[in-house]
Ligand binder design. Structure first.
Ligand SMILES: Cc1ncc(COP(=O)(O)O)c(C=O)c1O
Length: 408
């Protein structure tokens, strides 16, 4: 064991994914019988079939022999289609040359940290955050500055908290500020005002801005989404998006890294991404053809997203109501993506923390979800609202019973 610990790098030893935690116990419980409810994985591919036209285009690409490596930067037509998408949706202009196709947003997050972070460098990541952000930052030896989002204002950015976090950071100037909008795990969008102010702070502190917008079309309850690309004109930034959420095609592993500005930093980062993309030769070729169809066929996509967003909205609103009725948990009303982030009122329970909550919940009620501390926010849980209303109802009924069993 000790020899292995010395063999694996320090960074490698620290890797964890709180979303997949307890997978072994969950499988063991299933083997023993009884229906396990998993509301821990935000993979729409498990619950919805990917759009038929995208699946068809994937098969066609294979049949037609598009199974070779593509240019490291990605299929030119696909990069142009990404540019058309942002222009069509938000009026943001950049060329296909300013896009790099990655193997999911995940790979872009990995490239981004390898490209910008040397050991000891800092980055600003708002919490609660998507788990991978910290994983990749840490793999590069980086240090996180973690201002909390404001639960009381629908998980919007708190400029006061951002200022405080920057002021109390003693080390070097942070390299980048990472914004997630809409947010995983909170299921909410940021206000235009807060984004504007945060970007100004980034500019004043010479921080590069990164915006992960992978859920930007999954909106409901009147949510108004503003792309950072619209507000950060003239400020060095990177936009991230992809196939996984809006197109519910997680298995394609396609991400878009977009470098809309022509300043030295943004373009140097783009060149480094292309270099890294070259080091792994090519993103998945049939997937790039499949995504090209997904982006070009806007009529099919509009129909698909309208229907799916409506279904997710109704499931999420239903689940939020039930959570708020438990008497032990409260959640902000979600308006995007497919998550609820609920506060556990630990003062009413004889449980230590969110970790004990999720571990005992799985054992006693066979419901698997993710602890808030995994997203940098102890005392909360994340519920994925992709399962049907019936499944969510049963899951929250079990959670309520669990809380009653552990009432103080
Ligand atoms: C905010 C956010 N960004 C990125 C990803 C990963 O996306 P991809 O499947 O494109 O790697 C996820 C997945 O859950 C996510 O929630």
């Amino acid at each position: 064991m000790e020899a292995a610990a010395g063999f694996i790098s320090r960074a490698g030893r620290g890797i964890e994914n709180p979303i997949l935690e307890q997978g072994g116990s969950a499988r063991e419980l299933e083997r023993q019988g009884g229906k396990l409810i998993m509301i821990n994985i935000g993979d729409p591919g498990i619950y919805f079939r990917m759009p038929r036209n995208i699946a068809w285009a994937f098969k066609k690409a294979v049949d037609e022999g598009h199974t070779n490596y593509l240019r490291e930067q990605g299929l030119e037509e696909l990069r142009e289609a990404v540019s058309d998408r942002y222009k069509g949706l938000y009026g943001i202009e950049f060329s296909g040359d300013d896009v790099v196709i990655t193997q999911g947003v995940s790979e872009a997050l990995s490239f981004m940290n390898q490209a910008m972070i040397d050991p000891g460098d800092a980055a600003v990541i708002f919490r609660p955050f998507f788990t991978e952000y910290l994983t990749y930052l840490k793999l590069s030896g980086g240090v996180a500055i973690l201002p909390p989002l404001d639960e009381k204002r629908g998980w919007d950015i708190s400029i006061g908290e951002l200022d405080d976090a920057l002021r109390s950071h003693a080390g070097k100037r942070p390299k980048y500020m990472l914004i997630t909008n809409p947010n995983n795990p909170t299921g909410t969008v940021l206000s235009e005002k807060a984004i504007r102010e945060a970007i100004e702070i980034a500019k004043d502190n010479d921080m590069f801005v990164v915006s992960d917008e992978v859920y930007d079309e999954l909106l409901y309850n009147g949510a108004a989404f503003t792309s950072v690309g619209k507000l950060a004109k003239g400020i060095p930034h990177l936009l991230l998006n992809g196939a996984s959420k809006n197109y519910m095609s997680t298995g394609l592993r396609i991400g878009f890294a977009i470098f809309p500005e022509q300043d030295t930093k943004t373009q140097a980062l783009k060149r480094t991404f292309i270099g890294m993309a070259g080091a792994r030769l090519s993103a998945n070729t049939p997937s790039q053809y499949a995504m090209l169809e997904g982006l070009r066929n806007t009529a099919k996509h509009q129909e698909f997203i309208r229907e799916k967003a409506a279904q997710i909205a109704s499931q999420s609103v239903h689940a939020a109501r039930l959570v708020n009725e438990t008497g032990f948990l409260t959640t902000v009303q979600p308006n995007s993506a497919f998550y609820l982030f609920a506060r556990i009122h630990l003062d009413k329970l004889s449980l230590r923390d969110d970790r004990e909550f999720v571990e005992l919940l799985l054992r006693e009620q066979k419901v698997q979800l993710t602890r808030g501390s995994g997203f940098g926010m102890p005392g909360f849980i994340r519920i994925v609202t992709l399962p049907s209303e019936a499944v969510l109802t049963e899951a929250i009924r079990r959670i309520k019973r669990f809380c009653e069993d552990h009432q103080r």
